[in-house]
Design a protein around this ligand. Sequence first.
Ligand code: ARG
Length: 248
Amino acid sequence: MSTYDRIVGGATATSAIPWQVSLRQCQHGACHFCGGTVLDSKTILTAAHCKVQTSHYIMVGKVSRMEGQNVQVSKVINPNPNWNENTMDNDIMILKLSTPLTLGSDVQAICLPSATFEPSVGSTCFTSGWGTTKENGELPTNLQYVGVPVVSQSSCNAAYNNGITANMICAGFAAGGKDSCQGDSGGPLLVEQDGRYVLAGVTSWGYGCGDYGYPGVYARVTAQLEWIMSSLGEEEIACEAGIGFRHC
Ligand code: ARG
């Protein structure tokens, strides 16, 4: 299995990616284990396989994993009821925070896609996180991001022995080299819809990282919208990813 040098093949964010969350088991960046995205000031979306507990913390609003404030998770809205640990189907979960985040330039809610949005094959997505820069590698100190094209369900299914359900979306280059990796799970896959970036996927799984012929697999957000919306509070979500994804 080949490995590559960097997320895999990405670049260091030059400023905070405002919706990017680090999940950690203790109040320190060294305890990072998964990514997540900000849905509103008290709500974080991540992957079900991250198995977050109320003893865990989140950090948002910094490039360095070692900076920023930790906020404790106060409630875990259990994994999507249709989450299947064996097939990774519906790999998504929602957390509530003990103290609301102060939204501003460095901390913002992600925009959600409209229910019928279907990112076209080949369109560029961005994924980001503090996951390893190569398979079995180390976590980088600074947040990484990378652009990867949407892959069709049929070619992704061909790569993964028909393991790709309608609740998954794949992204990656045929040649590999750029991908999410271990520790990026739960983080965002963004695609442009009507001139702004929306959350199309949640980093979920893949064979290796950036390996030739094996795209990254993400939980498809449009398939989860109803469940996501039912887990949000009354608060109006002023998502600002419409202003442009500053890091691309
Ligand atoms: N399961 C990994 C995690 O828990 C994410 C793997 C993503 N893999 C990939 N090749 N895109 O962090």
